[in-house]
Each structure stands twice: as structure tokens, then as C-alpha cells.
Design a binder for this molecule. Structure first.
Ligand code: KIV
Ligand code: ZN
Length: 529
């Protein structure tokens, strides 16, 4: 769908606008973090999926977000590109500048809390001041872009009459979309539907804006609340792929899309503009790049979503699919599994498979990945899609200048004795070797790395998982390390040897910390895989 078609779709009263915030609210999910490059890959896939708006980040929050918004605005065609801003002059200017390459497709998303608890304790501002602030900053945003969205944060806990007042003033000031967030996920479907109806009938100028909703999943009701709001007349819905997001997450877009499609009868024919075939692929890409696995029994995109265990069900399905399936798995992209690659597969096959997985590689990236692929192919009979993504994620590190590289690791560990690790690191022409004992083998390897690099990190989180199938599966290690002064880095690495993966993940974190600290002085907290 091109921009013209999207615009006319917006005028169709049955067309639901999909606002994807995977890269902004989704990335706020504890444990998730993506590089600029990974965000760009996800944004490209979201455009292929056909969402209408991509919220690419919160540019004032970090240089990484600024860069991501700029890159996505420059390179991703089709959807509108949104950036979040507080009611702060500097935020709006930074957002507007990051969005510049998107031209007319740029949207500034301004938010300000309106509920009594936020007004009193967080902002210490009276109602009048809140309205003034919102109006002034929407006007300011309008000086940069035509398309301005306003969110009264904690809208669902705001007094209705005050909410009406704020929304009316926001539209008067030029907001073209009004988004009602259930920020703390406390709403119930019927109550939230009534709130939407209330606004639609009580805000005098509501016809001059699109009414949107943004639900969090603290009570497991984000999708139900979003659907109830759409039924009540909201026409934009915000959410994330796989429902990732702050705390319990945001409304899962794939569930909203499929509920509207499957139960169109109950929603009076509401529809979205997505390409359903891209749904599963999008979910997988987000999961792989964010490092957040999708639970097996997750609706629509979980491994078990279309798996039938009971004999009676299997029998029914064989006789007629509709006996136990309300959706056609093929329609949403659950297809034939691709054959895994092997060490005999060539560069062209690798490039083609990466393209199918949603990655556009430069010739240099392909060359580096091909080398790692061949090394892995020597250790493992089959190289699966997940192995390739794990290599790809790690390979990105090679784009950092002047990084330490692990040349050698040996670990001695036996019952009753403290484990010892010896590491050899290289940076350019220089090589260092160190050995340390530790509480465990991983601890010993990290201490040896600390001694060489001079950085000392405290491990906040450590997780290991099998990336693909078989006894020779790659083990992927994800770690979160605190280097002090607000520098918290998440990083990962994969190897058939989990000790090596642990050392490489830690070294990735050290390299990132050194890189970020040298290039973004003033950044208070950074996360990067
Ligand atoms: O949950 C929330 O209130 C938000 C706003 C910034 C829209 O994410
Ligand atoms: Zn949110």
C-alpha cells in the first residue's frame, strides 16, 4: 500500500489505523534492547507487514534513539514515522530534527500526564498548568510537523471531565490524533469502551482528530481493552509485536489484527491494512532481535498456536481443518519450514536465506557473516535460521572500531578446586594474556577479561538458551552488566560452547561500554546488545 492509498484508507470509517510502538514502548521492556541496525531491520519488516505508523523511538532519551529515528525516517518507506517527546521544548526540537528525513510522513507524539496521582506527585502541577503546557507544546510541535499526536498519560485514571477539557484543548491546539493510554493497565474492557464513547460524545471538536488507544497488559487485558475501544469508535490502536513492552507489556498487535479479521462479524467489518502473510515472520524477527522469546502457547505466533496434541483434535483436523482451527495458519505465514543450511551451502544461499529472514546485508556484512557461518558449519551438521540470526546479531559488533577480540579461552574446572580461566585478547596489533580464578568458570573468564581491559562490570543478569535444535545447538548467552556511572549494557553471543559464548558476550558488553563512553559522553544509561 502506498502513501496515497494509506491516506484514503484513513478516511474509511471502518479502517483501523495500526500504530506500532515495538521500537519505543516495546524496547522499554526489561531485558529487551536493540541496536540501531536491529531497529532498522525491524522497521523495514513492519513496513512490509503494512502497519500505518511506526513509533521509532524517544529521541531525547538517548543518542541511540536519536540515531535510530533518523535512520528509520531516512530508509523506511511507506508508514508514517513517529517519535515521542515530553512537553519539553528541547524534546520536541530533538524529535523534529530526528524525524526530518521522513518529510510529510513525520509525526511528533507529545505526551503529558493528566491523572490526579501524576499531577500531584510526579508533576506537582495544577489542572490549568497541565492544559497550558499541553497546548503550548502541541503548538510548538505543529511548527515542525503537520501530524501531531497527543497522549494524556494515565488517561484511564484521569477524571472524565478534566480529560474532556484536555482533549478539547489539545485538538484546538492542532493535535490530529488523540491517544488515550491505559498507562498502568488497570482498565476493564467495558469501562474502557465507555470512556471512549464518553469522549466521542462529550469532546465538541473530536471529529477533527483520530481517537486512538494504547493499552498495557498489567491485568492481562490489553488486547481485550483495545478491542472494546475499537468497537466503541476508536480508530487507531497502539501496540507491539509479541506484546513486548513496559512491565507486563503492551497490547499484542498480532492478536488485535487477527481478532478483527477472524471476528469481523462482531466488529461491524472493521479491518486493518496489513499483509497477514508477514505476521509470523515479523514476530520471529522481533523475538530474535530483542532477545525476548515468545512463549510457546502465545496466541497466533507461539510454537503451539496451531499444534494439536489430543488424538480427537488431530482426527478432526485431518477430516476438516475448521473443526479445531479458527484461523488458517498458512494465511498468517506459518509455512513449510525451510531446509537448514550446511557447511556446503554457498554465499548466495546464505544471502538469500538472510533476505527471507528480513535482513538486508551489505557486501562486507555478508562476507563477515559467511566466514562465521563456515566456522559454525564445521562444528554443526545443520545451520538453522535461528543460528544465522544469532551469528548476525553478534556480527554487528565487528562494526565497532577498535574492539577487543577473544583469540583464545581455556578453562580448568574440577570438583573441589576453584576454576581457572586463561584468556588471550587482541586489539589491533596488541595481544594480552591473563589467567584468573573465580567462583565459577564464567566468573574466572570475566575477571581475566577485566584485568586486561581495565573495565570492571557487575553482572546483573545472565541467561543461557539453546538457539536451535539438536545436541550440537548453539548456546546463546545474554548478559546485563553494570559498569558504574549509569552505564548498564546488555549483550549477547552464541557458540556451540557456552563458556566461550559467555566470555564473548561479556567482551561484547565491555567493548560496547568503551565505545559508548568514548563517543557519547553525557549519556546516563545505555543498553545495547
Ligand atoms: O503508556 C503510556 O502512557 C505511554 C505514553 C507515552 C503514550 O507509553
Ligand atoms: Zn505505554
Amino acid at each position: 500500500m502506498n502513501t496515497g492509498e494509506r491516506a484514503s484508507a484513513r478516511k474509511d470509517p471502518k479502517r483501523v489505523i495500526l500504530f506500532d510502538t515495538t521500537l519505543r514502548d516495546g524496547e522499554q521492556c526489561p531485558g529487551a534492547s536493540m541496536t540501531v541496525r536491529q531497529k532498522l531491520e525491524i522497521a523495514r519488516q513492519l513496513a512490509r507487514l503494512g502497519v500505518d505508523v511506526i513509533e521509532a523511538g524517544f529521541p531525547a532519551a538517548s543518542p541511540g534513539d536519536r540515531e535510530a529515528v533518523w535512520q528509520i525516517a531516512s530508509e523506511v518507506q511507506g508508514p508514517r514515522i513517529a517519535a515521542l517527546a515530553r512537553c519539553v521544548e528541547e524534546d520536541i526540537e530533538i524529535a523534529a530534527k530526528a524525524l526530518q528525513p521522513a518529510g510529510k510522513r513525520a509525526r511528533i507524539h507529545v505526551f503529558l500526564a493528566t491523572s490526579p496521582v501524576h499531577r500531584q506527585y510526579k508533576l506537582a502541577k495544577a489542572e490549568d498548568e497541565i492544559v497550558e503546557l499541553a497546548v503550548a507544546h502541541i503548538r510548538l510541535a505543529k511548527q515542525w510537523v503537520e501530524d501531531v499526536e497527543f497522549s494524556p498519560e494515565d488517561g484511564s485514571r484521569t477524571e472524565r471531565d478534566f480529560l474532556v477539557r484536555v482533549v478539547e484543548a489539545a485538538i484546538e491546539a492542532g493535535a490530529t490524533t488523540i491517544n488515550i493510554p491505559d498507562t498502568v493497565g488497570c482498565a476493564l474492557p467495558q469501562e474502557f469502551a465507555e470512556l471512549v464513547s464518553y469522549l466521542l460524545t462529550r469532546v465538541p471538536n473530536i471529529d477533527q482528530a483520530v481517537l486512538s488507544v494504547h493499552c498495557h497488559d498489567d491485568l492481562g487485558l490489553a488486547v481485550a481493552n483495545s478491542l472494546a475501544a475499537l468497537k466503541s469508535g476508536a480508530r487507531q490502536v497502539e501496540g507491539t509485536i509479541n506484546g513486548i513492552g513496559e512491565r507486563a507489556g503492551n497490547a499484542a498487535l498480532e492478536e488485535i489484527i487477527m481478532a478483527l479479521k477472524t471476528r469481523s462479524d462482531a466488529f461491524g467489518g472493521l479491518y486493518t491494512g496489513v499483509c497477514l502473510k508477514e505476521l509470523v515472520k515479523t514476530s520471529r524477527l522481533v523475538s530474535r532481535l530483542s532477545g525476548l522469546p515468545v512463549q510457546r502457547n502465545k496466541a497466533i505466533v507461539g510454537e503451539n498456536a496451531f499444534a494439536h496434541g489430543a488424538g480427537i483434535h488431530q482426527d478432526g483436523i485431518l477430516k476438516r481443518r475448521e473443526t479445531y482451527e479458527i484461523m488458517d495458519p498458512e494465511e498468517i505465514g506459518w509455512g513449510r519450514t525451510e531446509l537448514p543450511l550446511t557447511k556446503h551451502s554457498g554465499r548466495a544461499a546464505l544471502e538469500e536465506r538472510m533476505k527471507q529472514l528480513g535482513f538486508q546485508l551489505t557486501p562486507e556484512e555478508l562476507a563477515a557473516l559467511f566466514q562465521r557461518f563456515k566456522e559454525l558449519g564445521d562444528k554443526k551438521k545443520f545451520v538453522y535460521d535461528d543460528d544465522l540470526v544469532a551469528l548476525m546479531v553478534e556480527n554487528e559488533l565487528s562494526q565497532l572500531p577498535e574492539t577487543y577480540r577473544l583469540e583464545h579461552l581455556s578453562v580448568v574446572s574440577s570438583t573441589g578446586a576453584l576454576p581457572t580461566a586463561a584468556v588471550r585478547l587482541r586489539k589491533g596489533e596488541e595481544v594480552w594474556t591473563e589467567a584468573c580464578v573465580g567462583d565459577g568458570a564464567v566468573d574466572a573468564a570475566m575477571k581475566a577479561i577485566d584485568r586486561i581491559t581495565g573495565k570492571r562490570g557487575d553482572l546483573l543478569d545472565y541467561q543461557v538458551r539453546a538457539v536451535s535444535q539438536g545436541k550440537d545447538a548453539l548456546g546463546e548467552v545474554m548478559i546485563k552488566v553494570d559498569f558504574g556511572e549509569g552505564c548498564v549494557i546488555t549483550a549477547r553471543a552464541a557458540s556451540t560452547d557456552v563458556l566461550e559464548a559467555s566470555a564473548r558476550a561479556y567482551l561484547n558488553a565491555v567493548n560496547r561500554a568503551l565505545f559508548w563512553q568514548s563517543s557519547c559522553t553525557g549519556t546516563s544509561a545505555v543498553t545495547a546488545p
